[in-house]
Design a protein around this ligand. Sequence first.
Ligand code: GLY
Ligand code: MN
Ligand code: MN
Length: 525
Amino acid sequence: MNDAENTPDSASQPLEERVNNRSQRPSSEAFKAFMASNWAPSPQVTPARDAVADHAARRRRAISEQFKGERLVVPAGPLKVRSNDCDYRFRPHSGFAHLTGLGLDHEPDAVLIFEPVEEGTGDDGGNHRATLYFRPLAGRDTEQFYADSRSGEFWIGARPTLAEFEARLGLPTSHIDELEMAITKNVGAPEIGGISIRLVRKVDENIDALVDTARYNTAKDPDNLDLGVLDGLDEKLSEALSELRLIKDEWEVEQMRIAVAATAEGFTEVVKALPRALTHFRGERVVEGAFFARAREEGNELGYDTIAASGNNATVLHWTRNTGKINAGELLLLDAGVEADSLYTADITRTLPANGTFSEVQRRVYEAVLDAADAGFAAAQIGTKFRDIHTAATTVLAERLAEWGLLPVPVAEAVSEEGQQHRRWMPHGTSHHLGLDVHDCAQAKRELYLDGVLAEGMVFTIEPGLYFKNEDLAIPEEYRGIGVRIEDDILMTADGPVNLSAALPRTADDVEAWMAGIYEELGRS
Ligand code: GLY
Ligand code: MN
Ligand code: MN
């Protein structure tokens, strides 16, 4: 029997309640009292302050400087439904993670609020006091404890208390029940003593609605509220949060090293799994699974869906379906990154000969891509423009394509703005910033990103490739079905670029030797 059968007229039961029809939920007072009793107390330990806390405080201080007198609202985002009553694993918005220092699955529905105070009297002499609002662990005397499958301790384990996060983050915390008031109180035009809000939009639609309503209710002329102007205010906050992440602090660089090291281990696991992958009808999934195991064992997750692309699939830039067979003699393009517990991710690509040895034409293409990557690396110097990396790498590719007789125009014409014919075989950018998001700092202004100047502390990829499709009639047959990308994660230092992912072999000879060494080792064990 279930709840539906208990209902005299189940057809009138609201749809949203029917999700509970598959189980009985006792609701007698006797049951509630029994559930609330006889639990050993939870250990009362005050955790140590997280190493990231001081860095996060500095980041908040920098944002406070830019938005004096305004309330800033930075949501973590809600749980997202994957199917029916099953959610995706929670992952907070990167701007929220950066400003709080929180990683892992912390914390659905949380919101960080910067409350404006008199200039210079806020946190660390800034202009705001920040508070983290979230749903803390409920007591065992509450129904949430055993009856709430999304946040109850009985269902998902103990979650943080207010005191725990406060101690770990060095940040005042408040119950989520106080959030609505904290966002909406005294909202209004500054000229009449109100506080204006800036919100990181499109992270939590409940918070968007709350802010919109507060703005509407307090506007002088609500019917003529200029939503474009308000969106512009909000976008400036997102832009500032993105730009704040262009330069990584030392803690972030350490997280990048952790993510890269775990990713390198994942690539080794893939090489070990390749012999089995070659026998499987969906060998690409064997590769994907081998890497994923490492991502979950060593880190939080994948930073992005793994591209495990063999043969012609490697010419599909974002091939994440990974349903293909891997045939001996093909190249396997593996683009994968472990996201550390701190949520910083690596983004590395290696292109491996499935049977351990490059053919002559595969090697020719591979070495052109490697030369392009090296040219990009040489161009990446303090003070040069971010876009110069792309120009350096793609010029090498254009030269090689010309040498092979594939380019229909001279190199000079191809690399001019009017030409770009070489982009038929390398249509993506060569570099992007990397960090909490795989494509980090995406809301930064163009003059600080593509037209920006490389500076110490930047972390970005260099990832040229060549992609020759089976159905490309503009190239000789020997090239068709070959896709090669080599992607490394670069840290800009005062002494020049450092390749964080250099532990993974890059030259064709080193790749072959590395794979052979792994198989030799496996053979011995
Ligand atoms: N893995 C996505 C990229 O390389 O940008
Ligand atoms: Mn990338
Ligand atoms: Mn990548």
